[in-house]
Design a binder for this molecule. Sequence first.
Ligand code: OSB
Ligand code: MG
Length: 372
Amino acid sequence: MKIDSVTLREIHMPLVHFFETSFGRVYSRRILLVSVAADGVCGWGECVAGEDPYYSPEWTETAWPTIKHYLAPLLLQSELDAGRDCAARFARVRGHRMAKAALENAVWDAEARQKQQPLWKLLGGTRREIACGVSIGIQDTPEQLLQKIETELAAGYRRIKIKVKPGWDLNVLEKIRARWADIVLSVDANSAYTLDQVEHLRKFDAFNLLMIEQPLWNDEIYLHARLQKAIQTAICLDESILNARDADFALEIGACRILNIKVGRVGGFGEAKKVHDVAVRHNVPVWCGGMLESGVGRAHNIALSTLENFRLPGDVSASKRYWKEDIIEPEVEVRADGMIAVSDAPGTGYQVREGLVRKFTVREETFGAGKA
Ligand code: OSB
Ligand code: MG
């Protein structure tokens, strides 16, 4: 493939409802989108870095110059065979996985469109529908949280995940379980606890949770193995797993029993597939995490979720939970049975609404010869 040009855009999209985690509240997203023009087709990718360096060291303002000065030039310097070759091309740049993923995924998207193949097939997926859960942020009151859970259950979602932190955990779980004894429920701490709190964390075992996600430090794996030995609830790692080696290590030492795969966190589809395959070898289920994506990233998450070992409902949910208007058509819709039907159309099966992207764009720059 010859990449003729790379266009980088920053779009601003207000969320329909704020999203709060243990590291803060976000009302509006600043999203970087990349499009690559290659052999007459256009592929799109989304950088899932946040507005602040809280979830990861990367954020919107580090991704832009990294793509501009390092990654886009590497992509434009010579032809490449396929999306799977991007990672080697970018290897010299350390870290910046979300920036790398935005470009790599755009190339996979272009490759699929060029081959007139669905992206999910190109990735090696098999599932024709994917199971959906929701991630519900910290609210102002437990009553508001219960209201939100009720709405999502009525919409058909198959797994409820709530965000927890000290002060917003056992008290809220008591209320949820008093109302819904049997729903599939999990919690995500985004590193809000330390190993000193093992007695407190053990109390989560009373609530029959599917998992507790990333209870301890984002840059720590070994101590999660210690915690996993001390509690019954399955640990799922998110922030700690940056590549397939991390996944292999974590599963070998028993640091978790479930993996959350975010394609941006691990640096692109190629590495996400490797993490998936490591989990298969360990017979550990995975699910697809979300990063409050626009339709571009959401469509990529759907394609990834068609791989065989995505056995648990992901945080991939309907466009309308996030946006008044999403930038793809059709928008992502979740059926009443909590599933998303996977499209057979070439590429992601969703078209980017370029007029709407233009309306949301606050800065734009094109690198290379043509226009993406
Ligand atoms: O830890 O999964 C997380 C959003 C931003 C940063 C981190 C996380 C999340 C979510 C949102 O949980 C999931 C979604 O996109 O709905
Ligand atoms: Mg998480």
